[in-house]
Design a protein around this ligand. Structure first.
Ligand SMILES: [Zn+2]
Length: 305
């Protein structure tokens, strides 16, 4: 099963048709990450309240048979930074032993995790017609908490502990809900002590990969195999960067001209399938209307099934 992720502001009937025509099954909406992650998620939530935007999503699902997912960095949204004033212990300890408001939170504070899990359940209900697969990632460029409890386990184990709590809460409302463990940056090293709860699936995002060499020659392969052993292949997903023109444009508009490396993509698809991944997706941001006005049509042909 193939999926493509675009920025919410880039969703058009044309993009929906392009995906459906190419055999892509899942359309992922990905509000921009980085420092603006909270604002861009709030912008998406506002869009999802509008008739016009809902009509586009209805068209994608009801007319073109796509599934809709929402993938984003959620930590800053799920734990309001304002809570720092009353509960600094919910937040991350930096390298100097000081609690800080910015970036993620203390992944061992069970009260903070309860707040986050409740907010995640409320957020899931606002994701208009979402497939029951959720992606509430920690912050972009996540930093580990330096408290004694967090230091006692790896960042990957700490992330999994939080995701386990969220998915358990989500499944109280919808027993079919599943949630991604995002394996990228620090978290690409498999967790060792914490086991995935029911409903957790692996999402592997090789952001540091070399786009000029096949994935089969990548440096992370030992980790990938071990990750698949820990999480299993059921619902396992690769989130690739083949069509990520936001990455190639260094996240600055206007978008640069983009040409898909079709030979590399075909080889990588085959490789990921052989590893056992069930879902293969790629970012495809910065390829919206503004791109087409500048550079013309977008080719996702190699990605079709
Ligand atoms: Zn901590």
């Amino acid at each position: 099963m193939h999926g493509l992720l675009i920025h919410p502001g880039e969703l058009t009937k044309k993009w929906i048709d392009r995906m459906a025509d190419a055999g892509v099954r899942v359309l992922g909406l990905h509000p921009e990450g980085g420092k603006q992650a909270i604002d861009s998620l709030n912008n998406l939530l506002r869009l999802l309240e509008t008739e016009e935007y809902r009509a586009l999503i209805d068209y994608a699902i009801d007319v073109r048979g796509l599934e809709i997912e929402y993938e984003f960095h959620a930590a800053g949204w799920l734990l309001s930074r304002e809570l720092f004033d009353t509960h600094p212990e919910y937040f991350r300890m930096d390298e100097n032993g000081e609690r800080v408001r910015e970036i993620d939170f203390c992944l061992s504070n069970t009260e903070a995790i309860d707040v986050i899990a409740e907010n995640a359940a409320a957020l899931a209900k606002r994701l208009y017609r979402s497939a029951p697969r959720y992606y509430f990632w920690l912050d972009d460029n996540s930093k580990p908490c330096g408290c004694e409890l967090c230091r006692a386990i790896s960042p990957s184990d700490a992330q999994l502990k939080v995701m386990n709590a969220i998915v358990t809460r989500l499944r109280r409302d919808d027993p079919s809900a599943t949630l991604a463990y995002l394996a990228y940056q620090n978290f690409i090293v498999p967790p060792k002590t914490v086991k995935p709860a029911d409903g957790i699936f692996l999402e592997f995002a090789p952001i540091k990969r070399d786009m000029n060499r096949p994935a089969s020659e990548g440096a992370e392969l030992d980790n990938v195999r071990e990750l698949l052993a820990v999480f299993g292949t059921q619902n396992s997903k690769v989130l690739e960067y083949w069509y990520d023109n936001s990455l190639f444009s260094k996240w600055k508009k206007p978008p640069k001209q983009f040409k898909a490396n079709n030979e590399l993509i075909r080889g990588d698809l085959d490789f990921y399938c052989r590893l056992g991944f069930e879902v293969i997706a790629s970012f495809a941001c910065f390829l919206g209307d503004d791109y087409e006005e500048l550079w013309g049509d977008v080719d996702i042909g190699a990605f079709g099934e």
